[in-house]
Design a protein around this ligand. Structure first.
Ligand SMILES: Cc1cc2nc3c(=O)[nH]c(=O)nc-3n(C[C@H](O)[C@H](O)[C@H](O)COP(=O)(O)OP(=O)(O)OC[C@H]3O[C@@H](n4cnc5c(N)ncnc54)[C@H](O)[C@@H]3O)c2cc1C
Length: 536
């Protein structure tokens, strides 16, 4: 049986950072187990490959949530990366730390050591901001690219609309509070995706003290005298076990980390008994407290060319492909999200409460058998979207069986609080103010139904319930906190009730940050590694 100092489960956004940090000083051996395979895949490396990996079972768990009352009983599709790099290998590449107040909220809720002043140095340590000329500021491994020179010119109408509304244009949101509108920074280097696997894992794999095992599906943690001692996983039809001398760290993400804990006997007592699993430590919070962001898009036909004109015809695709191959530039080197920002729907709000997106493209998704194809529309068009930044509803994720190959039951419980419904209406009103500006009216030829312009508060909410979708930011299913009756891990990310076991991924967020969750997940892993290596 293999023996290591640390065993990390999941080579995703968090796991790759941990694998790097824990092996850097050369003192400890680390085994990194990943259920998926290699990320050496052109659709992962090319940013526009997003549309391909979004449904590809070779790299994607393709989960589906239960019918949700808050969204009209609809089931939502939950892509998650099943590949080295995890969801960071299939995500939309937007880099956003979160608002400083998000982390002060964490601290104020009892997550000591996780306030903005505590976490900021960890963001700075992982980032290497690169400007439009290719000049780097900072020495972190993760490229954070300013692509404001490359976005489609239709974006100028969005910025002009913001100007009419008196919204600040924020040229460098890494260096500020991130309020205002801006071009999203993305994780690319030389036109290719720079995931945490590229930035952290790949260089670390040169070290002899790091071993990565792919296609290893972890079942459970095995305990000896209350201490996490071994990990059990299957590979190539065999059940294998490995021993950890120091610690086991679960970084399987918000959907899977709670399942591994539950199968290991840590979770709601009733659930474990129903599954015939031994109870090591009863904790109803394992899988609970789930939060996620929802967004809605409004589609418009445009009066001038947008990316549709470039990407819809076959010859346009061919030209973009050629340009990408020759120069690593052009639309295929960019995220599907180009510009947007963080705004207060009402000046009385203490901080921005809505994230918005402007994308100079519209598309149609078609299913052909098991294949799903996303195609830009054959006419100029654009999308404007919003996402309430800090939802308060909480759902659950639980295993359905003791078999790790069975998908869990995801119950998001979206839009279950009055606050969340009010925030949706506020977001809809904010977008209405954008589309009514002279700048946007110049760009809009016609709204593609349903038209937001004529909606009242009830209409905005009803439409949101009917059409909104997840933006793939599930968090908090193994939430950290000081109180074992309300959390799963303590502020040092140690699992309550046992020894030698931590969770380090997006599942430990006490609550969802205001924006995209990849950057804060990597920050959590960077900070966690420092805590593991230098126990206080
Ligand atoms: C389609 C999509 C678009 C997104 N867009 C953005 C964006 O633009 N910007 C942004 O900031 N965030 C975005 N996100 C969210 C962001 O990518 C995630 O928040 C982040 O990657 C979470 O990191 P993690 O380490 O918690 O989990 P993951 O990165 O998902 O890693 C978990 C890893 O564990 C592995 N694993 C799971 N179970 C097991 C098991 N039993 N045994 C072994 N291995 C296992 C998985 O295969 C995976 O590799 C997006 C996510 C998706 C899915």
């Amino acid at each position: 049986m293999d023996e290591f100092d640390f065993i990390v489960v999941g080579a995703g956004s968090a796991g790759c950072v941990l694998a790097d940090r824990l092996t850097e000083n050369g003192r400890y051996s680390v085994l990194l187990l990943e259920a998926g395979g290699s990320d050496m895949n052109p659709w992962i490396k090319m940013p526009a490959g997003y549309g391909k990996t979004f449904y590809d079972p070779a790299v994607n768990w393709r989960f589906e949530a239960e019918p949700d009352p808050g969204t009209g009983g609809r089931k939502s599709y939950w892509p998650r990366g099943k590949v080295v790099g995890g969801s960071g290998s299939i995500n939309a590449l937007v880099y956003f730390r979160g608002l400083p107040g998000d982390f002060d909220d964490w601290r104020d809720a009892g997550a000591t050591g996780w306030g903005w002043d505590d976490v900021r140095p960890h963001f700075e340590a992982i980032e290497r901001p690169v400007d439009t000329m290719g000049r780097a500021r900072g020495a972190g491994p993760l490229a954070v690219r300013d692509v404001s020179d490359q976005i489609h010119r239709a974006n100028r109408h969005f910025f002009a609309a913001g100007g009419e509304l008196g919204v600040p244009i924020n040229d460098d949101y890494l260096e500020s509070t991130a309020e205002g509108i801006f071009v999203y920074r993305i994780n690319t280097s030389k036109g290719m995706r720079c995931s945490s696997a590229d930035a952290f894992l790949r260089p670390a794999l040169k070290r002899r003290n790091l071993k990565l095992v792919t296609r290893a599906l972890v079942n459970r943690v095995l305990f000896e005298n209350g201490r996490a001692a071994r990990i059990e996983y299957s590979r190539g039809g065999q059940t294998v076990s490995a021993r950890a001398r120091r610690e086991i760290v679960l970084s399987a993400g918000s959907v899977s980390s709670p399942g591994i804990l539950q199968r290991s006997g840590i979770g709601p007592g009733r659930l474990l008994q129903d599954m015939g699993l031994p109870v090591i430590h009863e904790n109803a919070n394992v899988g609970g407290n789930l939060q996620d962001h929802l967004a809605i898009s409004y589609y418009y036909k445009a009066t001038e060319p947008t990316l549709n004109n470039v990407l819809s015809p076959w010859w346009g695709k061919a030209l973009c492909g050629l340009r990408y191959v020759l120069t690593r530039k052009g639309p295929l080197s960019l995220s599907v999200n180009q510009s947007g920002g963080f705004l207060r729907s009402d000046p009385g709000r203490a901080r921005p409460d809505q994230q918005i997106y402007f994308n100079p493209v519209t598309y149609t998704t078609t299913r052909a058998g098991t294949r799903t194809v996303i195609n830009p529309d054959p006419f100029p068009g654009f999308i404007i979207s919003f996402q309430p930044a800090r939802p308060t509803s909480r759902g659950r994720i639980d295993i359905r069986s003791p078999n790790p190959a069975d998908a869990p039951a995801i119950r998001p419980n979206y839009l279950a609080t009055d606050q969340d419904c009010r925030d949706v209406v506020a977001g809809g009103r904010l977008i209405q103010s954008f589309v009514r500006t002279a700048a946007m009216r110049r760009l809009i030829q016609e709204a593609m139904p349903p038209d937001l312009a004529g909606m009242d508060d009830a209409g905005i909410l009803a439409d949101f319930r009917e059409r909104c979708g997840t933006v793939y930011h599930p968090v908090s299913t193994c939430a950290m906190g000081p109180d074992p009756t309300r959390a799963v891990v303590d502020p040092l990310l140690r699992v309550f009730g046992v020894e030698g076991l931590r969770v380090v991924d997006a599942s430990v967020f006490p609550n969802v940050t205001s924006g995209n969750t990849n950057a804060p997940t990597m920050m959590v892993a960077h900070r966690a590694a420092a805590m593991i290596l230098k126990p206080s």
